[in-house]
Design a protein around this ligand. Structure first.
Ligand code: PSU
Ligand code: MN
Length: 301
């Protein structure tokens, strides 16, 4: 594992550090917006007081704190970077390949370094028709055993959101709304499902997570809705979803291709509008994650 000097120093000094994933950059967003979004997330974390730690695998080494040029390299199509969940990390290192980490892969690395917070767009979860396919993101099981607070705009709306909330319940992963009791719907601010808990500030989120950690090995999902003014129109969302699900089934997408295919079909159908919403929400999540990390660092010192 290689740490950038900046991340190593921040960890040593006990500053707030936010882990950022790379699957959203390499497999989740189209070029060239993907790299712009990555750099906006990096800035958002810095502006809110923490140090960003973008995580990926380059030439079989985990890099924590990828530089811009390294991220560009990782995202370049000719590198054919794999999509790495937690279970893939050891194999990627042994095979000396390149790979982008999912939420599951990223929190596994973050936890090993005592990084307590990560930001992403939308958590993975239970796919529609999972009764047949058994397709449930390893993000869920990873969160059930990894003590990291993940700030996301709920779970991706391509999923069965209600089933995902049930699984998070079974797995003992707390879900807390950030200034809301309405569970966000990724591209939409409200999924129509409600939550038992909310926090009103980064400080309260930090307090809740630190208290949770005393009793439980699981992470926590901090659900931060996209601003209502930026969300995708409801009808456009539902039409795009129907079209994306149809396309994915026509293409016969399975396994780790499913999510990237659905997101890319969403982008096509909406003429790039879904990408703009995705951009907006992930940058906002990076800000909240950074504020929470600052509070955790403060309480540790
Ligand atoms: N959030 C986004 N876009 C993404 C992802 C999250 O806005 O592409 C990625 C994350 O890396 C997450 C992954 O862990 O999608 C889930 O993939 P799967 O459904 O295959 O587990
Ligand atoms: Mn899957």
């Amino acid at each position: 594992m290689t740490l950038s000097d900046e991340v190593a120093t921040a960890l040593f000094e006990g500053r707030g550090v936010v882990a950022l994933e790379t699957t959203i950059v390499v497999h989740g967003l189209p070029a060239p917006i993907n790299l712009e979004v990555a750099s906006e997330c990096d800035k958002a974390v810095r502006n809110a007081g923490s140090v960003p730690a973008t995580i990926g695998v380059l030439n079989g080494k985990i890099v924590v704190g990828l530089r811009d040029d390294e991220l560009e390299e990782l995202a370049s199509p000719r590198r054919r970077a794999a999509k790495l969940s937690a279970r893939d990390l050891g194999l990627a290192l042994a095979n000396e390949v390149d790979g982008a980490t999912t939420v599951a892969g990223t929190i596994a690395v973050a936890r090993a370094l005592n990084i307590a917070v990560m930001a992403t767009g939308g958590l993975g979860g239970v796919h529609r028709a999972a009764q047949q396919s058994f397709d449930e993101s390893a993000d869920l099981t990873a969160l059930s055993r990894t003590s990291v607070a993940v700030v996301a705009s709920g779970v991706k709306s391509i999923l069965d959101i209600a089933a995902t909330l049930e699984r998070l319940d079974s797995l003992g992963v707390p879900v807390v709304g950030y200034r809301t009791l309405k569970f966000p719907g990724f591209y939409r601010s409200d999924s129509g499902l409600s939550l038992d808990w909310s926090v009103e500030s980064p400080r309260d989120a930090a307090k809740a997570f630190l208290a949770h950690r005393l009793f439980s090995p699981t992470g926590m999902l901090v659900a931060n809705p996209v601003d209502a003014s930026a969300q995708l129109d409801a009808t456009l969302h539902d039409d795009a979803l129907a079209s994306a699900l149809r396309k994915a089934s026509e293409l016969g997408a399975t396994g780790k291709e499913v999510t990237p295919v659905l997101l890319s079909e969403f982008a096509n159908y909406t003429g790039g509008k879904s990408v703009q919403v995705n951009r907006e929400l992930v940058v906002a999540n990076a800000t909240v994650a950074s504020q929470i990390a600052v509070e955790i660092a403060r309480s540790r010192s």
